[in-house]
Design a protein around this ligand. Structure first.
Ligand code: ADP
Ligand code: MG
Ligand code: MG
Length: 883
């Protein structure tokens, strides 16, 4: 086996496609050398050595020492130096580098090979005493803290003491003699801490550093990071050993980092920072303020320190040339590290640069314009999930923030509004044209109307999957949940935090991106849906096969969905239409009725309201398909809770509070999720389904007249488990359709279909398809019923399962392909066997999850449906899945 790969002098044994073996850093150093770029020579010890090391009781493979020595000799030949040489010593850096860049790994050690003898040779050779001793003290502190585990602050304190004694302020004031004296102190610190002197033998130093890199692969920090990012331990890390170049050789030397394009805006302009007379780590360490690279950036930042363009025009010109070479070669924005030694530029690293969503869009579009990549490839360059950043208003980064509390960033976006403490107050304010933030200890289904009316939601209790968080994300509204330092007093209508009292009506701002609650109104930037965004989405639309619909029931959401490019509504949850103040009374009246007659009377009040809802929805979607789900949740969700509410309802319905309590007790269920809900309601109380069907069909006729576009409603029956069950309800709906057509003399094109959300329905899909014209996979419930996990109760153990690798990911976020997915595949197959043109879609959280969308594409479903704000994400993910 070949354990070591050399690079330098215009060639390399490795290349960028050998990332798995050489790690990202090593592979790209090799690639740059192959491109003839100025890279200090060096070599990479492969990730296989790391794997061997851990498989064999932390020992190295035979032949590694020889291979390293040979490679080191080659570096010496190229540089004209020798490792440990007393006249022209070769110094190296030792750098870790895994396949994926990984914080938690060993820090780089620079200037390795220095000792009491070679430091003098370096001084003579460079004709610079100060430089040599400065390098040596850097090496001792780095090596001691990174490899030997001596705490860094001990050296810092010694340095501070020394400066104080000498009345120095800056490190640059220290002379060669000063550093020499300090080095003695540093060595004493090491001796005391380690019980052994600082290693003088360069070979011992080198193997110490190599061992430290491999050792860092198994530190708790690295293990944790791999766990969170799904990086397997078998990958291992590589070690790069590379000849030093010196940015600390005076005013003509420097070190810096640069992006070939602006990583936050995507603008095509070299962007970065550098420091004169410094070594690599100084730029990030923030010891001195770095300088701008280009003159334009310096002018923009109003800095009085010269740019690299001005101070080192030749090295700058070389950097510009190289960045062109690298961008052309990698066909993407690069993140570079470089060092200038006495005017000569050296490249130390390149990789595809991290960027914001905005920059990713701009760069992808620009690269297409520049003829570098094709439209298909541009579509793959933007992470669908990242679009979320762009779809919400955000707080102007330049604005001042008066932070009053921080909770969980439960739903992205930002909003300002006056504080209200109840959903009714939110709704009243909205009607009066005021913007409000709904502040609650926590929310429940009865707050839906208030949440709809509010600009944003703040709760003091509850996590990322609390009711407030889930509903707000679905609505695309900013939400900060669990802001526990805030105390809400509903009676006094105030909230108090750290002694500050905020009254109802006072304006606050929420930042759902980071969980901050801010005092006052703050300037916002609105999302930009045209320009690069529109262009890239257009390319995505041309490439995708899957249609994308939205889950929406309000006008606002439907409008939003269309703005975001939805091609219809895949799920309209009619129950959301019944929570509003006026309707819930009729709804409660219906539930509390003793018989069908009473129920029909109450339903008659709901009919015109429901018809209105649908008419407006159809009008907004003008001709696009709209799937309406019949009433699904258990009825008791609509009943009042608590004495005050019960008394209110009793008064308005003119019944006794006792009766309401009794009825509520009757409706109580041990396990409502598997209880009296879905199609079971329609079977027991067909008049509810009939009212809804009538509202749908009458609305279809009305909206058709209004817009001139033909409306084809899809009536969806939830929680079906068998064909006869579906047929029972279907017959009622068809009868209503006939009646409405008879009354109006108009034809209505409609379909009746079902949700597949029970395993039995998936298994019997062949029969069910004989009666259903479409299936919509309700994968939220199908996941609950297949895994036997209640979503609302999963929080207590799901995390442990994911951590222990018993589940790959949260099955409510990304579809469980092996289990739930198999049921979907099976139902699709059986459904198609009965009815080849059956329409298949998916609704629920998975409809907006890129990995689940890829699965839907594989199953050749017709569409996915997701919350309006996820529509663009789904469009892009669908395109990527189709490629
Ligand atoms: P990281 O992965 O944390 O960026 P690196 O291995 O890239 O760590 O090294 C950190 C810094 O050390 C780099 O910015 C680079 O400037 C500097 N460095 C690494 N190797 C050398 C070298 N051979 N000569 C000069 N500077 C180096
Ligand atoms: Mg680096
Ligand atoms: Mg369901």
């Amino acid at each position: 086996t070949k354990w070591v790969y050399s690079f330098g002098d215009g060639k390399a044994e490795g290349a960028s496609d050998m990332r798995n073996l050489l790690g990202g850093k090593g592979a790209n150093l090799a690639e740059m050398a192959n491109l003839g770029l100025p890279v200090p020579p060096g070599f990479t010890i492969t990730t296989e050595v790391c794997t061997h090391y851990y498989k064999n009781g932390e020992s190295y493979p035979d032949g590694l020492t020889d291979a390293v020595n040979a490679a080191l000799a080659e570096v010496g030949r190229i540089t004209g130096r020798g490792f440990g040489d007393g006249k022209a010593p070769l110094l190296v850096s030792v750098r870790s580098g895994a396949r994926a860049s990984m914080p938690g790994m060993m820090d780089t050690v620079l200037n390795l090979g220095l000792n009491d003898e070679t430091v003098r040779a370096l001084a003579t050779d460079a004709q610079d005493e100060r430089f040599a001793w400065d390098s040596y003290r850097r090496f001792i502190t780095m090596y001691s803290s990174v490899v030997l585990g001596v705490e860094h602050h001990l050296f810092e304190e010694a340095l501070e003491d020394y400066k104080e004694r000498k009345d120095y302020h800056l490190d640059t004031e220290l002379s060669a003699q000063d550093w020499q004296a300090l080095i003695e102190t540093f060595k004493r610190i090491v001796d005391k801490e380690r019980g052994a002197p600082f290693p003088q033998d360069p070979q011992e130093q080198l193997w110490g550093a190599i061992g430290a890199v491999f050792g860092s692969w198994m530190t708790p920090r690295a293990i944790k990071y791999r766990e969170l990012n799904a990086i397997p331990a078998e990958w291992g890390t590589a070690v790069n050993v590379q000849a030093m170049v010196f940015g600390n050789m005076g005013e003509t030397s420097a070190t810096g980092v640069a992006f070939t394009r602006n990583p936050s805006t995507g603008e095509k302009a070299l962007y970065g920072e550098f420091l004169i007379n410094a070594q690599g780590e100084d730029v990030v360490a923030g010891i001195r303020t770095p300088q701008d690279i280009t003159e334009a950036a310096r002018a923009a930042s109003n800095s009085d320190k010269p740019s690299m363009e001005k101070a080192m025009p030749e090295a700058f010109a070389e950097l510009v040339r190289i960045y062109g070479v690298l961008e052309t070669h990698y066909r993407d924005m690069q993140d570079l590290e470089f060092t200038v030694e006495k005017g000569k530029l050296w490249m130390l690293q390149t990789r595809n640069g991290k960027r914001t969503a905005r920059a990713a869009l701009r760069i992808a579009c620009d690269l297409v314009d520049e003829g570098v990549i094709a439209e298909e490839e541009a579509v793959t360059r933007v992470e669908p999930q990242a679009l979320d950043q762009l779809l919400h208003p955000m707080i102007d980064p330049a604005a001042e923030r008066d932070i009053i509390a921080t909770g969980l960033p439960a739903s992205p976006g930002a909003a300002s509004g006056a504080i209200v403490f109840s959903s009714d107050a939110a709704e009243a304010a909205k009607k009066a044209g005021r913007k409000v933030i709904l502040v609650r200890v926590e929310t429940s289904p009865e707050d839906i109307h208030g949440m709809h009316a509010a600009e944003g939601i703040l709760t003091t209790r509850g996590g990322m999957t609390s009711h407030a968080a889930v509903v707000a994300r679905g609505m695309g509204k900013p939400c900060v949940s669990g802001a526990g330092s805030i105390r809400v007093d509903y009676k006094a209508a105030t909230m108090t935090v750290m002694g500050r009292v905020f009254k109802e009506g006072e304006v606050i701002t929420l930042d759902g991106g980071n969980g901050q609650v801010l005092a006052g109104e703050i300037a916002m930037l609105q999302p930009e849906l045209s320009g690069d965004f529109g262009k890239l989405m257009g390319w995505a639309d041309n490439l995708r096969r899957l249609k994308v619909r939205a889950n929406a029931e309000t006008e606002r959401d439907a409008q939003m969905a269309r703005n975001f490019g939805a091609e219809g509504i895949g799920l309209c949850r009619t129950e959301h239409m019944f929570f509003d103040a006026e309707r819930i009374i009729a709804m409660r009246e219906m539930i509390l009725s003793d018989d069908e007659h009473g129920r029909r009377a109450a339903l008659a009040k709901l009919l015109p309201m429901q018809r209105d809802d649908f008419t407006r929805l159809f009008a907004i979607m003008s001709g696009l398909p709209v799937t309406i789900r019949l009433l699904d949740p258990p009825l008791h969700e609509f009943l009042p809770h608590g004495d005050a509410e019960i008394n209110d309802v009793a008064r308005s319905l003119d019944v006794s509070p006792e009766k309401i309590r009794r009825r509520a007790a009757e409706l109580h269920e041990v396990n409502p999720m598997l209880g009296f809900r879905g199609v079971r309601l329609a079977v027991a109380y067909p008049e509810i389904a009939e009212m809804q069907a009538r509202a749908i069909f009458e609305a279809a006729i009305a909206a058709g007249k209004e817009t001139g576009a033909k409306v084809s409603p899809e009536v969806m029956i939830p929680l079906v488990m068998s064909q006869p069950e579906l047929d029972t309800v279907k017959a009622r709906i068809e009868a209503v359709a006939e009646a409405v057509m008879g009354e109006s003399g108009e034809r209505i094109d409609y379909q009746i279909g079902t949700m597949i959300e029970l395993p039995r329905a998936a298994l019997r899909a062949g029969e069910i398809a004989a009666s259903a014209e479409f299936f919509s996979f309700g994968t939220n419930d199908l996941t609950q019923t297949t895994l036997g996990i209640s979503r609302d109760d999963a929080a207590s153990f799901l995390g442990t399962y994911v951590q222990q690798g018993l589940l790959e990911h949260d099955p409510f976020v990304t579809i469980d392909q092996d289990g739930v997915g198999e049921l979907v595949a099976l139902a699709a197959e059986r459904g198609r066997a009965t009815r080849p043109d059956i329409k298949l879609g998916i609704c629920g959280e998975h409809g907006g999850d890129p990995a689940s969308i890829a699965f839907c594409e594989k199953q050749r479903l017709d569409y996915v449906s997701c919350s309006p704000y996820r529509v663009p994400i789904a469009r892009l993910a669908a395109a990527q899945a189709a490629l």
